[in-house]
Design a protein around this ligand. Sequence first.
Ligand code: CO
Length: 277
Amino acid sequence: MKTRTVNKVIRGKRVTDGAGVRLVRSLGTEGLAHLDPFLMLDEFRSDTPGDYIAGFPDHPHRGFETVTYMLAGLMEHADNHGNSGILRGGGIQWMTAGRGIIHSEMPKQKDGLIWGFQLWINLPATDKMMPPRYQNIEPEDVPEVKRADGAVVRVIAGEADGATGPVRGIVTSPLYLDVTLPPGGVYEHELPQSHSAFAYLFQGSANMADTEVEQTALTAFSDDGAGVRITAGPKGARFLLLAAKKLNEPVARYGPFVMNTRDELQQAFEDYRAGNF
Ligand code: CO
């Protein structure tokens, strides 16, 4: 397998979002605005309630998907269509905002560790105005493959190591893996030519293709090979590996709305103000 080279490595940046949640944003910063079809990646990780307790009160989304993957803690979700639920460590919520929802994402705990990720994935023009849809996946429904070489792979979406992720029917055919490698462990994964790919390292260190990276580094791969190759450093590595089909469409983005044109953005604002979400 000819492996993909590294296009860019960006370091996560500390930002505050929602009503005052401290998080580390990698994708979606000036370092890398987006990697078609991926729009944003945040990691929130703190055992200090002041960093997270304010949560993300009511806010709208239109035109894309938000994916929340929790490693620890509890997050309560509720929207203006009457949907609600609690995400636990190891669980996933894949929300297709489509034509619009207004929701809140609030920590359901007063202390202790909360740790997770939120990823934004774009929708093609044909699906931006689809009805909102959720896939809520419980931790025990995520296949966890323990390989003979010590690697542990949680398969959230797509196929890897003989397992298929529980998230189905997503238009960009995503791969979403949570991979833990022992010291010196190697992970290779084949990808279709149509897919963009990146890895976000959140524990240990690793060599991505030929580039050494540390914690909170997001490595965007080039489209020049059949797959990716990642080697763990001396203390092992844990990373998210993401890939999805490129849309090759114009992106008009403002805050929680991601459309194709400025007119569509304007319409999103008007619909939101008019209470049509
Ligand atoms: Co949201």
